[in-house]
Ligand binder design. Structure first.
Ligand SMILES: *[C@@H]1O[C@H](CO)[C@@H](O)[C@H](O)[C@H]1NC(C)=O
Ligand SMILES: *[C@@H]1O[C@H](CO)[C@@H](O)[C@H](O)[C@H]1NC(C)=O
Ligand SMILES: *[C@@H]1O[C@H](CO)[C@@H](O)[C@H](O)[C@H]1NC(C)=O
Ligand SMILES: *[C@@H]1O[C@H](CO)[C@@H](O)[C@H](O)[C@H]1NC(C)=O
Ligand SMILES: *[C@@H]1O[C@H](CO)[C@@H](O)[C@H](O)[C@H]1NC(C)=O
Ligand SMILES: *[C@@H]1O[C@H](CO)[C@@H](O)[C@H](O)[C@H]1NC(C)=O
Ligand SMILES: *[C@@H]1O[C@H](CO)[C@@H](O)[C@H](O)[C@H]1NC(C)=O
Ligand SMILES: *[C@@H]1O[C@H](CO)[C@@H](O)[C@H](O)[C@H]1NC(C)=O
Ligand SMILES: *[C@@H]1O[C@H](CO)[C@@H](O)[C@H](O)[C@H]1NC(C)=O
Ligand SMILES: *[C@@H]1O[C@H](CO)[C@@H](O)[C@H](O)[C@H]1NC(C)=O
Length: 440
């Protein structure tokens, strides 16, 4: 469930306000004047009480705002009216909806006053899937074992039969339950089996997944067919899951199950950021300018128009020559607040199956909608695509990793072959070895 904030009205009564039917003409009647005085007195009491109550109320609201960080900005800045909540608005016309356009989709309100409360996305909706359900879930995956622990959920896009990849990730970089007080929680996102697959195979796969989930409790299955043309559902499902079950996350990482992420470097980067904040902004908590997104940026990407290839994009799907600016889904970091902003935009946008491009469209919409931009840090220089160097390092099991030169960045793509787990392990071992030698 999405939390709703209470609607409230501020009643502002000024000292000049006159009660209806109350005469200003001075009276010669003592009793009347005493009664008048009493009335005035009572009225003043009422005013003071109202002011006092509204102050308390405001204070409470503010506290609840801080607790419900993820929905805060949304509630503050705009309302979407129920009847205006539409599907299938063509996003290709204009990716950057001007914030002051006359679009009937939304209205921007400056104050929280007597307005129709927004209809937050419902639990049973996921884009145009109207009866969305969680098939496998773990609602307590983001639970903190103590207050000072910081939760870092890692949304991993995975296919149902990628048992080896998931285990490799659990065994290596996503295994840290406590590094610098950060607790890493891998969350594996998948859809349902193709209904046309062989029933016996489907059945045994289902059992293996149930078993895996029983042991690790980290598999999230949504009610859509797991297919790469359905990746956008997977991506938004991850966002939905964070908003419903993991709003207390301090930061979120999204990646694929064939990626190695140097989680230590990532956390160090994040900690550096908050340290800078702590020291320079102690008195100005409101003016925090921490990084909202770490990402590998794609600018001016071109859709592949090769009929028959895996990533072919038809003109009907994407009529334009280029994709908008977007963050690669290989591995990126994002705040819960921006996940919320982006997710809300999905209710007005037509489906497009390349998921990270789709998220990019939504982000562009959210930027103009909320009139605020996330602060970015580029990861482009931290990605490694040429794995020849680390393959050499990893090929020889007896190689001394401590003495080898580190030849890979913070994010590495690993080919799915029989060496997958070994390579993942090698990169992780090297990361740990370097970390240990650096901390002495
Ligand atoms: C918005 O609507 C107003 C009044 O209906 C109109 O005068 C104005 O030109 C419109 N602006 C745009 C950008 O369409
Ligand atoms: C959602 O919309 C897309 C694009 O119009 C369509 O391909 C898909 O089948 C729809 N999905 C559902 C579940 O209706
Ligand atoms: C972890 O949190 C505890 C309690 O707040 C604190 O004392 C400790 O210094 C923290 N450790 C690190 C590495 O931040
Ligand atoms: C859910 O995740 C938490 C945290 O990882 C774990 O302790 C718990 O056992 C899981 N629950 C289930 C039902 O698997
Ligand atoms: C995507 O998921 C929807 C909903 O389950 C399903 O109707 C559709 O066939 C799936 N698409 C593909 C390409 O499998
Ligand atoms: C964090 O800050 C330290 C000290 O300024 C610096 O040496 C280190 O490279 C930074 N780490 C990251 C991952 O940015
Ligand atoms: C796997 O690693 C071995 C050496 O450890 C190498 O000979 C082999 O070619 C690798 N396989 C692939 C598919 O890269
Ligand atoms: C593997 O590394 C060890 C120690 O560095 C070295 O002695 C050995 O020759 C290497 N083997 C291969 C096949 O490169
Ligand atoms: C690794 O380096 C250390 C010193 O830096 C050295 O003592 C050791 O022999 C080296 N190991 C190998 C296998 O080269
Ligand atoms: C990684 O380190 C572990 C524990 O030290 C070791 O058992 C494993 O063989 C190493 N794997 C690789 C690929 O270096």
């Amino acid at each position: 469930m999405f939390p709703h904030l209470p609607v409230h009205r501020m009643v502002i009564v000024t000292a000049n306000t006159k009660l209806p039917g109350y005469s200003n003409v001075s009276s010669q009647n003592n009793l009347r004047s005493i009664g008048k005085k009493n009335l005035r007195k009572r009225f003043m009491h009422l005013v003071i009480c109202l002011l006092f109550l509204s102050l308390i109320f405001k204070f409470l609201i503010e506290i609840s705002y801080h607790e419900k960080l993820a929905v805060k900005n949304f509630h503050k800045s705009f309302r979407i009216k129920k009847h205006e909540f539409e599907q299938n608005i063509d996003p290709y016309q204009d990716h950057l909806l001007p914030a002051d356009s006359n679009s009937s989709l939304y209205s921007v309100e400056d104050e929280i006053l007597d307005v129709e409360i927004i209809d937050l996305p419902s639990e049973t909706m996921l884009l145009n899937i109207t009866h969305f359900k969680w098939i496998r879930n773990n609602e307590s995956l983001c639970q903190k074992e103590s207050l000072f622990v910081k939760i870092l959920p890692v949304l991993v896009h995975t296919a149902r039969n990628h048992f080896v990849e998931r285990q490799a990730i659990r065994n290596t970089w996503a295994s840290f339950q406590n590094y610098e007080n950060w607790s890493v929680r891998p969350v594996f996102l998948m859809g349902e089996a193709n209904p046309n697959s062989v029933p016996s195979i489907r059945q045994s796969e289902e059992e293996k997944l149930d078993h895996e989930h029983l042991i690790h409790g980290d598999i999230i299955t949504g009610s859509f067919v797991d297919a790469y043309k359905n990746l956008t559902y997977k991506h938004l499902m991850g966002y939905k899951w964070i908003l419903e079950h993991c709003q207390n996350a301090d930061f979120v990482l999204k990646t694929d199950d064939d990626m190695f992420v140097d989680i230590l470097q990532f956390i160090d980067m994040r900690n550096n950021e908050s340290r800078i904040e702590d020291s320079s902004n102690q008195l100005q908590q409101e003016e925090k300018s921490s990084v909202d997104m770490y990402c590998y940026e794609f600018k001016g990407g071109i859709p592949l128009r090769c009929k028959g290839c895996k990533w072919h994009v038809s003109l009907e799907e994407w009529p334009e020559e280029k994709f908008p600016w977007y963050c690669s889904g290989w591995a990126y970091g994002i705040t819960v607040d921006w996940i919320n902003k982006i997710y809300l935009m999905s209710y007005q946008t037509k489906y497009f199956w390349i998921d990270d491009v789709f998220i990019g469209i939504l982000m562009n919409m959210a930027i103009s909608f909320f009139k605020t931009e996330p602060s970015f840090q580029s990861l482009n220089s931290l990605y490694t695509f040429n794995n020849k160097l680390y393959l050499d390092m990893c090929a020889n099991q007896s190689n001394d990793l401590a003495n080898a030169t580190r030849s890979f960045g913070a994010v590495v793509y690993i080919a799915r072959n029989q060496n997958f787990s070994k390579e993942m392990e090698c990169l992780w071992n090297k990361t740990l070895v370097d970390k240990m030698s650096n901390s002495f």
